[in-house]
Design a protein around this ligand. Structure first.
Ligand code: SF4
Length: 239
């Protein structure tokens, strides 16, 4: 596993961004997250060592832009160059999340459909409104590997109309931190039911700091959020 942050900085886009961990971390360091800038690792996947080998080892999953939204508007002018790097490193798999799927085609290479099987795109949604806005756009895009990330899940949702064999996985998680919004376990189970009915893989990634189960509220410490979700043993792998 590797990380690649060709730019940093973002702007809040929708309800799910309210308690964005990047904003919170930067506020503690007095950094203005709204300034989007290129980093010195812009070319990271194609940097070579003294023997002429790529420093980023082949065969890895690369988490792309985990300090920003890959499709943030400020980076539209830089993205075409990133696609060229991704095309060069077909031996790596690149995965990114976005709340801006409507901007996906900006700067997209003409051969995307044919030559970018090494890209996994995760469309992030947080409530019914954002699901109904973003998922029809997502479904129509020529992306080979599509995942839906519902995190932070903010309400009960029906995404059944968007689930079919073009969606590889749905991942659900709650919000973490002080003064954050609750996650009701019934909402999670409901999404799981929709995934099983459509034969789409499902993962429960983390509970929320404020977690509700059987109508009872629980306060969960950060270090147990993922472990508690795993303990539920409700992940489903499509047949
Ligand atoms: S889009 Fe993502 S990175 Fe940007 S503010 Fe929202 S949660 Fe944070």
């Amino acid at each position: 596993m590797a990380t690649w942050n060709p730019w940093k900085g973002c702007h809040r886009k929708s309800e799910g961004c309210k308690n964005c961990y990047i904003f919170r971390a930067n506020e503690r360091k007095n950094i203005d997250t709204n300034v989007v800038y290129k980093t010195d690792e812009f070319y990271k996947p194609i940097v070579k060592d003294s023997k002429g080998n790529y420093k980023m080892k082949s065969g890895q999953l690369v988490y792309l832009c985990f300090n920003a939204d890959f499709l943030v508007e400020d980076a539209d002018k830089w993205r075409n160059e990133i696609w060229k790097i991704i095309r060069t490193r077909k031996d790596l798999t690149f995965l990114f999340l976005t709340k801006r799927i409507e901007g996906f085609r900006i700067g997209l290479p003409n051969d995307f459909k044919e030559n970018f099987d090494n890209v996994v795109v995760c469309c992030t949604i947080e409530n019914q409104q954002r699901a109904d806005e973003r998922l029809p756009i997502f479904k129509a895009l020529p992306i080979k590997h599509k995942q839906i990330v519902i995190q932070p899940m903010l309400e009960k949702m029906d995404i059944s109309n968007y689930l079919d064999d073009t969606i590889e996985c749905v991942i659900v998680g709650g919000e973490s931190g002080k003064d954050t919004r609750p996650l009701d376990y019934n909402w999670v189970l409901d999404i799981r039911r929709q995934c099983i009915a459509a034969n789409v893989s499902f993962q429960f990634r983390q509970v929320a700091t404020h977690f509700i189960k059987d109508d009872k509220p629980y306060l969960i410490q950060r270090q147990y959020l993922c472990a508690q979700a795993r303990k539920a043993q409700i992940d489903f792998t499509r047949e």
